[in-house]
Design a protein around this ligand. Structure first.
Ligand SMILES: CC(C)(COP(=O)(O)OP(=O)(O)OC[C@H]1O[C@@H](n2cnc3c(N)ncnc32)[C@H](O)[C@@H]1OP(=O)(O)O)[C@@H](O)C(=O)NCCC(=O)NCCS
Length: 168
């Protein structure tokens, strides 16, 4: 039987294994940071993590992501249960997410509408050192611009990324 439970710290390693299974680069530290900025749910089978989702609540919208179901457990409605449980927790705020092609039909079934496309580029950074230009250029004005462009205030997220040594 699948149980949907709040994401606990003990699940971080299993969550990293799930994202690695997808070829996604997220480490335990990144999962931890994302969890600290929001809230999460895990799907457990016999105590083992077989699915995850994280969500983040902002002032005028919430965002949702890291929806992953273990390859061996797909097609049983686990993602649908995870996302529905996350939506129930979020309440009335509009919810915005970036869906993979694999998940798009599932989100449509839950009532999401496509509003645009996002191109992603992946690569290995030449340098992982802190970029002083990023820190120097980061100000409240940047946060105001970001909120105006995006439609909601996510300054706590950006401040956390900068504090963690964002490089671009
Ligand atoms: C997308 C994903 C989360 C869906 O998880 P899931 O628990 O299998 O999803 P559900 O069972 O709720 O949804 C049913 C879907 O599984 C399909 N399915 C049925 N059997 C399946 C199987 N053995 N393997 C995979 N998918 C199967 C169904 O056809 C249905 O597809 P549709 O949504 O295209 O119509 C999962 O495939 C996954 O982790 N993908 C990689 C990470 C990813 O893309 N995450 C989404 C981020 S936005």
């Amino acid at each position: 039987m699948i149980q949907i439970v709040p994401f606990a710290k003990e699940y971080l390693l299993a969550a990293e294994a799930l994202s690695t299974q997808q070829g996604w680069p997220h480490t335990v530290a990144e999962w931890q940071q994302m969890l600290a900025l929001g809230q999460g749910l895990a799907a457990l089978q016999n105590g083992q993590v077989v699915g995850t989702t994280l969500s983040w609540t902002h002032d005028r919208a919430a965002t949702l992501g890291m929806v992953i179901v273990d390859q061996e457990h797909r097609g049983q409605g686990i993602a649908a249960r995870l996302v529905q449980a996350a939506l129930d927790r979020i309440g009335d705020l509009p919810v915005v997410l970036t869906a993979t092609d694999m998940a798009r039909r599932g989100y449509a079934r839950l009532g999401f509408e496509k509003v645009g496309m996002v191109d992603t580029c992946r690569g290995v950074p030449v340098s992982l050192s802190r970029d002083p230009d990023v820190e120097a250029g980061f100000s409240d004005e940047v946060l105001v611009l970001d909120a105006a462009a995006r439609g909601w205030d996510r300054s706590h997220v950006l401040r956390s990324l900068i504090a963690g040594g964002a490089t671009c």
